[in-house]
Write a protein that binds this ligand. Structure first.
Ligand code: ATP
Ligand code: MG
Length: 440
């Protein structure tokens, strides 16, 4: 038995030995029944938080989640929550009051039937008050109770529905789906950070393209990333993009990313052509559509979008860089060695290479630039792309130069010469320097 489960079983025993009910609850039951190893375990119990804390010395009650205590052992954390009912919601975000109650009521406050199951940790018996087992077997995601009310209570559930449906490949039940479409604008009341987190968790899933379709078709994306809607129907030159419009192209790329793509890459793929709609023109002379400057404007739009969604600065920087540079991959074969090495030395380059791969694979199928870069990566592998400098500012000062803007220029030229392979040693570089000074 995996250690996390062992820990959770022993915690449940401790609660039972003290005379309380204790069940595994929610996601861990769902995942276990699906044959997947649960990420973490939650226990639902009849013990009050005070009783739980008494039984688990050192455990803490979590302030933000009423009635939840976190107990730890061997590096595993288990959330132990008292059976409760959530009372009424006033603001579409959090219940106004909560009360301790029965397992049945606790099951009914949960979001989806597949998340509303309990498991007896001793017998393995499944306690199903909400029809979750049948939905799990049928592959259906269904809100517990009246879906319209449930989404009105808590609008984050709209995005959770998309995430679980995407993660598990489950169909969203018709009534649940209709309620989602009806209540999509409830997202307006949800903080950007919470939207960001749910959206990110969906975007990194292997079925992220389907997740995107669900966000579009439900109307949810309109409230946090409306720019994506403009990709739909944005026609492209068929000789470069036989696959279709920008949305189709983008979603094929998302599909091609594979199962473990990092968030930055998924965001960069999603946003790489985000400025095609506003830059689209028709070149009468050439008789074709153009998107001049969509890379630079795309970087600007990416920054605006990711800031609005409150992504951390490093994420914004990486994704913006990737979007801004994605067209440069078409010119790599014409770059001089120094420029190419600098291009390849950027921290995001490995991810950009993958973006470029799927950009071509999803459209025209060209691989020349990718193959060229893979070859160069081998060729340059023996040494660092940017080796330590042969000369520094001190050498310039030693030769009587005064610090100023030309320092940077000189040192950059020295680096260019070094990257081009024209300066092999420090002596050589110092000679070169004397030459430069003499000329100026
Ligand atoms: P994951 O694998 O993503 O952690 P999970 O089902 O464990 O899935 P959590 O967000 O950890 O999801 O929540 C644990 C349980 O709490 C859920 O299974 C569900 O029963 C309940 N729950 C969580 N968020 C909500 C919500 N917004 N509304 C109603 N019930 C919720
Ligand atoms: Mg969980």
């Amino acid at each position: 038995m995996p250690e996390a489960r062992n820990v959770a079983v022993s915690f449940a025993h401790r609660l039972r030995d003290a005379g309380h009910l204790a069940y595994f609850a929610g996601g861990c039951v769902r995942d276990h029944l699906l044959g997947k190893e649960p990420k973490d375990y939650d226990i639902a119990t009849s013990a009050t938080p005070a009783e739980v804390v008494r039984l688990f010395p050192g455990a803490n009650e979590v302030g933000a989640h009423f009635g939840v205590v976190i107990a730890k052992s061997k590096g595993h954390m288990v959330e132990i929550a008292t059976f409760r009912t959530d009372g009424s919601y006033h603001d579409g975000r959090r219940p106004a009051e909560v009360a301790f109650s029965t397992p049945e009521e606790d099951a009914h406050r949960r979001d989806f039937t597949i998340n509303g199951l309990f498991e007896d940790p001793e017998s393995g018996e499944i306690i199903d008050h909400v029809g979750g087992r049948a939905d799990l077997e049928a592959g259906v995601l269904r809100a517990i109770g009246n879906p319209v009310h449930r989404f009105a209570e808590d609008s984050l559930r709209l995005l959770r529905a998309v995430r679980f449906s995407t993660k598990l490949g489950f169909e969203i039940e018709a009534g649940t789906w209709a309620a989602m479409r009806e209540h999509a604008d409830g997202l307006k009341r949800i903080a950007a950070e919470r939207i960001r987190d749910e959206f990110s968790r969906t975007l990194v899933l292997p079925a992220r393209a389907r997740g995107l379709d669900l966000l579009v078709d439900s109307g949810l994306i309109r409230h946090f990333l409306p720019e994506v809607l403009d990709l739909i129907g944005c026609e492209q030159p068929p000789e470069w993009h036989p696959e279709g419009d920008v949305y189709v192209h983008t979603r094929i790329m998302l599909e091609m990313l594979g199962d473990h793509a990092p968030l930055e890459l998924c965001l960069a793929v999603l946003l790489h052509d985000i400025a095609k709609p506003p830059t689209r023109t028709f070149d009468e002379d050439a008789g074709r559509i153009r998107f001049n400057g969509h890379d630079a404007l795309g970087a600007t739009m990416t920054e605006v979008i990711l800031r609005r969604l409150k992504y951390p600065n490093e994420t914004i920087d990486s994704v913006t860089t990737m979007v801004g540079r994605h067209m440069q991959f078409m010119n790599v074969q014409q770059m001089r060695t120094a420029k190419l090495k600098r291009f390849m030395a950027t921290p995001t380059f490995p991810l950009e290479l993958e973006l470029h791969r799927v950009d071509c694979a999803s459209s025209n199928g060209f691989t020349e630039n990718l193959d060229f870069l893979l070859g160069k990566r081998e060729e340059f592998a023996a040494e660092p792309l940017i080796p330590p400098p042969l000369i520094t500012g001190r050498d310039l000062i030693a030769r009587g130069l005064k610090p100023g803007p030309h320092f940077k220029e000189l040192l950059e030229s020295a680096q260019t010469e070094q990257l081009e392979g024209r300066l092999g040693s420090r002596e050589h570089a110092l000679e070169w320097l004397l030459d430069q000074i003499k000329d100026s």
